[in-house]
Ligand binder design. Structure first.
Ligand SMILES: Nc1nc2c(c(=O)[nH]1)N[C@H]1C(S)=C(S)[C@@H](COP(=O)(O)O)O[C@H]1N2
Ligand SMILES: [Mo]
Length: 262
């Protein structure tokens, strides 16, 4: 049932219509370059920008900024304090029991501690996060390159997408009547992009719970709602038709586009 949540859907529509302009400490709320994506959202010009992005090719990098551009505070959004029992237990012991599962269409399914992940090749990037609700923030993210993780487990030839299963259950169910964990997905080209990382640090410090501790996706050429927080399991698939409501993610099951390139 895609219309199960009229309130949330109303809010989403308001967001898509470009309402925003929130005055946020340290973040762009509509003016300046930070607001362009939101201001144009859904217009022909936005489409042009997206087509330009496509023409730039799958490997083009998102713009990176300097230390001086980092927002004074980074707005948390969506789930910011998951109450799920399993997640609370992880928070309580400082994520020492955390294991990232990587499985699905892979040769060697794996389970990785945070220390394992921190020992892998990392990338640090200062980028702008654009949320469709009408705000942007610039932050410095560090994490393991998803391509490295995929190479570690070995992706099977029939694989097409990478699904991120998350620890949080958003307030309102996205499909059916059962509350369900948040999830998201991207294609393999996006997963292997140089700037696509599973981030464990924001601005040089371990991720706070509100930003998706201990691990969240950064897929810098897409919109904020694609950047799954609280990632517990990475599943490689050839189709997401049977996951959730079949649209490839929590927000997608609620009407957002699966491809959110900017
Ligand atoms: N697991 C999970 N990931 C999520 C969300 C969420 O509610 N749950 N919200 C998304 C949205 S809409 C945005 S804008 C960003 C917000 O990231 P932030 O809290 O670090 O700003 O996370 C995205 N990833
Ligand atoms: Mo968002």
């Amino acid at each position: 049932m895609r219309d199960a949540n009229p309130t949330r859907r109303g809010l989403l529509k308001a967001g898509l219509a470009g309402l925003g302009g929130l005055a946020l400490a340290g973040c762009e709320g509509g003016g300046g370059d930070g607001g362009i994506t939101q201001a144009l959202f859904g217009t022909e010009e936005a489409l042009t920008r997206r087509i330009q992005g496509l023409l730039a090719g799958p490997n083009a990098l998102a713009r990176e900024y300097g230390e001086a551009d980092i927002s004074r505070s980074f707005k948390p959004n969506g789930s910011t304090d998951p109450q799920d029992d399993a997640y609370r237990a992880l928070v309580k012991d400082g994520f020492s029991a955390f294991r990232l599962a990587v499985d699905g269409l892979v040769d060697r399914p794996g389970s990785f501690t945070l220390a394992d992940l921190r020992a892998m090749p990392s990338r640090t990037q200062i980028t702008r996060h654009d949320c469709v609700e009408g705000w942007s923030c610039i932050g410095k993210w560090s994490g393991v390159r998803l391509s490295h993780l995929l190479d570690t487990v070995g992706v099977k030839p029939e694989a097409r997408f990478v699904v991120f299963h998350c620890a949080d259950t958003p307030d309102e169910p996205s499909f059916g009547d059962e509350p369900a964990h948040f999830y998201g997905s991207i294609d393999l080209a996006s997963a292997r992009h140089e700037q696509t990382i599973l981030a464990y640090d924001l601005n040089g410090a371990a991720l706070a719970v509100e930003h998706g501790a201990p691990l969240r996706l950064r897929v810098e050429r897409q919109l904020g709602y694609k950047m799954s927080k609280y990632v517990m399991r990475v599943e490689v698939v050839d189709s997401f038709a049977k996951i959730g409501d079949g649209h490839g993610g929590y927000w997608e099951d609620n009407g957002y586009n699966w491809y959110a390139g900017i």
